[in-house]
Design a protein around this ligand. Structure first.
Ligand SMILES: *Cc1c(COP(=O)(O)O)cnc(C)c1O
Length: 474
């Protein structure tokens, strides 16, 4: 029988550990409290291990084999301290091929937007100061003209995200009154944005019309009464109905809304300025088309297919936008200077579509032809084939996705680097190792193969990716 009590006594004390070279080193350039914590946690974890063994009679690994020397523990504590000292929020390589990846920060910004954010962080600026008059200005002014030019709307306002845009529009126009929505459009997006809940929070009363698959204009018409405040049309961004369906076109709802003297609010979700069929993608409603059709307010996200910073954009009738801006809640949902900077720079690129496609990463990734994906996947395979001792590399055909709850059925043909792990290594372990590595790599696992999609990997990340795969496979 092992004498666990004596093993516990053998554990070095914290100050003994701190005198070991690796920790003395860390003390010199990391915050003292981090190093101290790491030493305490390391000792505590060994104490737990020993106690766990003592409660297991036939443990496969005898605790006597654990190295309890101060140098071994100090080594481990030093690694822990180093890890804790680094940022928790980090850059990573997205090899999933999902372009708008909400969990991974949605989309990278265009270079000019990155520059604008850096300048906003570094310098004072005219966020709310008019350089013409020397008087107080509005942060919205930096964005409104561009948004109106691009969408054809009379006015625009920008808030923290699209959920906030929908909430604020409903709260301003319909609190305490009724809003008519088709049953087929009561969507949930991303697990936390649900139309019925947002509507309830805004104080508007939801009036559902039609059925799950079919809603007609007469369904909307039948429920209008003196308490009706607006019609709401929601783009069913993240699901697609097939079979027998009927939805009312924006243009028809516009005529009904006009006849009833009620505004039509349209939540486009992703929102695009460009016709997606040019990229062999299913059509998405364009912002300028909804405005041209006569929607009174249109809302969309800044960081989905627009490819900018997180924001919720409201464009439409100037009297309604003015009311929205005056709402006290607008202050709680307002955007910061970084969003103003990044969004203005991103919108400016849309003034020239060619530049938008070349410089806004979401569009560069969507537009990348399969032949280029093949060339890059083959390049990665070639670099790795010289390094990997075992494992099986192949370039295969596959699909990338737009993601972000947009275009749920759309697939972009691509080429993938497929890696079958070396003998004796489990694919799930390898995925975890890559995720916990430096830089972390996030990818898709299909059966026993790890898939890397060049579409969402920047060319300048390739070297780091090859290194990470090589280290993980050892
Ligand atoms: C994504 C989405 C939202 C929420 O937008 P966020 O900018 O993520 O807050 C709202 N409505 C629709 C239809 C969406 O697709």
């Amino acid at each position: 029988m092992t004498d666990y009590k004596s093993l516990l006594r053998e554990l070095p004390a914290v100050d003994r550990l701190l005198r070991e070279t690796p920790l003395e080193d860390k003390m010199r350039h990391l915050p003292r409290r981090l190093v101290l914590e790491a030493a305490q946690e390391t000792i505590a974890s060994y104490r737990r291990r020993i106690s766990d063994y003592s409660s297991l009679d036939n443990s496969p690994e005898s605790p006597v084999q654990i190295d309890l020397s101060p140098s071994a523990l100090a080594e481990e504590a030093a690694l822990l301290a180093e890890k804790r000292a680094g940022s928790n929020f980090r850059s990573l390589i997205n090899a999933t091929g999902i372009i708008i990846h909400t969990n991974l920060g949605r989309v990278p910004l265009a270079p000019s937007a990155i520059e604008a954010v850096t300048a906003a962080a570094r310098d004072y600026n005219n966020l709310e100061f008019s350089l013409d008059t020397g008087e107080r200005g509005s942060r919205q002014e930096h964005l409104e003209k561009l948004l109106c030019d691009l969408s054809g709307a009379e006015a625009a306002a920008v808030v923290n995200n699209n959920a906030a845009a929908v909430f604020l529009a409903l709260n301003t126009i319909a609190a305490g009154r009724e809003v008519v929505v088709s049953r087929g459009q009561l969507v949930e997006i991303g697990g936390s944005f649900r139309i019925p809940e947002i509507m309830a929070a805004s104080g508007a009363r939801l009036v559902e019309v039609g059925t799950t698959n079919k809603t007609y204009l007469r369904d909307y018409e039948a429920v209008v009464n003196e308490n009706t405040a607006a019609f709401l049309k929601v783009h069913t961004s993240n699901y697609h109905m097939i079979g027998f369906t009927a939805a009312v076109k924006t243009k028809d709802l516009v005529s009904l809304a006009a006849r009833c003297h009620l505004p039509l609010i349209e939540d486009l979700g992703s929102g695009v300025f460009r016709d997606l069929t040019a990229y062999n993608l299913p059509p998405e409603p364009r912002i300028q088309d909804s405005i041209a059709a006569g929607a009174d307010l249109v809302t969309f996200s800044g960081d989905k297919m627009l490819g900018g910073p997180q924001a919720g954009i409201i464009v439409g009738r100037s009297d309604l936008v003015a009311m929205i801006r005056k709402n006290q809640l607008a202050r709680t949902l307002r955007i910061d200077k970084f969003t103003v900077a990044a969004l203005e720079a991103t919108l400016r690129l849309y003034l020239d579509w060619e530049r938008a496609e070349q410089e806004i990463p979401v569009w560069t990734m969507i537009a990348a032809p399969p032949a280029e994906m093949r060339r890059r996947a083959e390049g990665l395979a070639e670099q790795l084939s010289g390094l990997l001792a075992g494992g099986d590399l192949e370039v295969i055909e596959g699909f990338s996705r737009v993601g972000g709850g947009a275009l749920p059925t759309a697939e972009l043909p691509t080429f993938l680097l497929a890696l079958r792990p070396p003998e004796g290594k489990s694919p799930t372990d390898l995925v975890a190792k890559l995720r916990q590595g430096s830089p972390p790599v996030v990818l898709r696992l299909q059966q026993d193969r790890l898939l890397f999609d060049p579409r969402t990997i920047k060319e300048e990340e390739e070297e780091a990716l090859v290194g990470a795969i090589d280290r993980a496979c050892r």
